[in-house]
Ligand binder design. Sequence first.
Ligand SMILES: [Zn+2]
Length: 297
Amino acid sequence: MNAPGFRAFDAHNHLQSERFGGAQERVLTEALGQGVIGMVVNGTCESDWAAVAELARRHPMVLPSFGYHPWRLSRRSDAWINALEQRLAEFPGAGVGEIGIDRWILDPSVQTQTRWSAAMKGEKPATLAEQEEAFLQQLNLATRFNRPASIHCIQAWGRLLELFQASPLPSRGFLLHSYGGPKEMVKPFADLGAYFGFAGSFAHERKQRQCEVFQSVPLNRLLIETDAPDQMPPDALIQIPLNRPADRNPVNHPANIIGIYRFAAATFGDKFDQDVCAFSAQMELNYRNLFGRGSNA
Ligand SMILES: [Zn+2]
């Protein structure tokens, strides 16, 4: 049971994903029942934006975010950037994401791995130059309309900082989702307006180094995320298991944000004597500062 006053916000997930097997309504009810008050649901390409929009229309707790993920760029239609602008016009509270750059996906030595195939679904990755062009076009839209951008970056942190320094940025800030960069880059990114997403997978013992990096993140720039259906937290933090027998790939439930809050409050909550309610109040403030009211209503 959660203490009264506990309210959780999932700063980044993909509730529209087909991996939920069409059970989105049930998943949302379950999440709400656990104290999840708001979540940012991120599209990844034109073909899933409609599902994101539909979730947002039906549920005020869903804040939609529309964008082209760097892994999905080969799916772009000729009119993709106009289609994105239309979605942003349709939802004045919507964010821009998931967008970003990724060098890992281009590494020939990982292209034979199952994890790579699962990520790419048989698609050809865009070159870094193509990724940067699409990323900057989308970042510019976020800046022009002052929308919260949700940014993916793997193995390209130095380059990302260079791009930020050469580009106008949304004045409200942006989210570095599942921040996997080094400690030394926390300050330069924070100075440019970054918020840092702490995902449940960082609670695995093998990710202890990343937890140490997060000790340098200012508390007013920390956000908690599930990245559901991806990034399973360790078993001890799982609130609601969602392993469907037909799917060997485990599905992370957005309600697992509760366990991640508990872990994060214990790890980063010195200022609040590790009290999860006081910690959650700070996270709510951060969420609302970046994403606005936190709903699309
Ligand atoms: Zn994501």
